[in-house]
Design a protein around this ligand. Sequence first.
Ligand code: AMP
Ligand code: ZN
Length: 468
Amino acid sequence: MKLYNTASREVETFKPIHNKTVTLYTCGPTVYDETHIGHMRKYTMDDILKRTLKYVGYEVEHVMNITDVGHLSGDDDSGEDKLEKGAKKSGKTVWDVAKYYTDKFFETMDALNIIRPDKVVKATDHIKQMIDLVKRLEAKHLTYATDEAIYFDITKFPSYGSLSGQKLEEKKQAARGEIHIDPNKKHPADFALWFKRVGRFKDHSMHWDSPWEDGFPGWHIECSAMSMAYLGETIDIHTGGIDHIPVHHENEIAQSEAATGNKFVRFWVHHAFLNVDGEKMSKSKGNYYTLEDLKKHNIDPLAIRYLFLQTHYRQEMNFTWEAAEAAQETLEKIKNIVLDLRLSKITSPQNQSPNVNLFNDFKLQFSKSLSQDLNTSEALAVMWNMLKSKLSSSKKMELLYDFDEVFGLALKDIKKGKIPKELIELANQRIEARKAKNFKKSDELRKQIEEKGYIVEDTDGGYRIKKK
Ligand code: AMP
Ligand code: ZN
């Protein structure tokens, strides 16, 4: 299995540390606002990664966090806590806001047939682990306190910036636009591990006791603390959107590796954005569409899943309703193919040769495409070629279901429009009439079938019957 690693900027051969089990950590949502199609893309492509790892024979231990505290509107410690902002906007408590949007997030994930992580962990349930990690950093003299916060001193972590390739000088410039700058912060890119409930945060509603006064954790520390708590100090794969590279993930690496002395993550996987009109779809810009919008447009969320599969996860994609509608049509086509294959599997004798080589060849091509840094569009092309091939219906069906272990279009769940027994009898009589070369009778029977709203088609040695 080959996977692009942001850390090395290369496609590398992936092997887990522990033999057969891959440890996977996903940066989860900040639950202060709606889940939109941008999130759908990101978490679908995580799901494709996870399903591919399983397909090629690994087990996956998957942890995802829910950020319900500490994520400020600027990733660089500037601005307001997003949850507090959400609460103010809606007039609810931060806890209610978090619960409401977490539920909506999972409703969307379920609609997309995304396999739930083995563990979903909330930041507010892990304050102790975060405090312990900050204490470890403090014991190593890697932190300092100001009146406002406890900071990680990035100058004590010489490789800081290596994930994004940004120099510290550039960081200084990037941070100059901050709305609020703690005057006692030593370096603009030093980041808060713990915010004290003072100044701009004096009314912060989520707060906990700590060795550094009452307050709340910074955003970055949660992912390090929870990843270590559930998956160990070094994990195989950590994923996130590309916006996480320069600050959030850089900070996760610094605080984790400085605390443990071990490598934090072996493979960093980052997803490109989904845009609308050339701009990132985002909660803050308000240019987003949700699950409800899909319903309004009569778009099945699984059609959106198909749409995502057409673009490589490291390539930006632009969302349009035309593209969503085209994906919907294609999904309908696939559903009909599934129904046809199921029927012809039942009604036609399997007289085609199983063609073992062709079968294995398609399976190999499919797994090769995905093993090549998740080339999903090529894997789709393998599927379409396979469906056009000479393979028997039952083998096509078998492969389609097999491929769907990764695609996740829930093809096994497609409801067959049940064919009434009476229709099957008419179709059988028609076949008998044809065998006896009684074409007049066979035509009459076809008409009768059609009058009842069904179509009968002849196949190699059998027939297939479906709703008009
Ligand atoms: P958030 O809840 O905004 O922190 O986002 C959760 C995850 O979704 C992060 O990994 C983001 O990078 C990702 N994300 C947010 N917006 C988009 C988008 N438009 N396209 C792709 N990924 C996104
Ligand atoms: Zn994170």
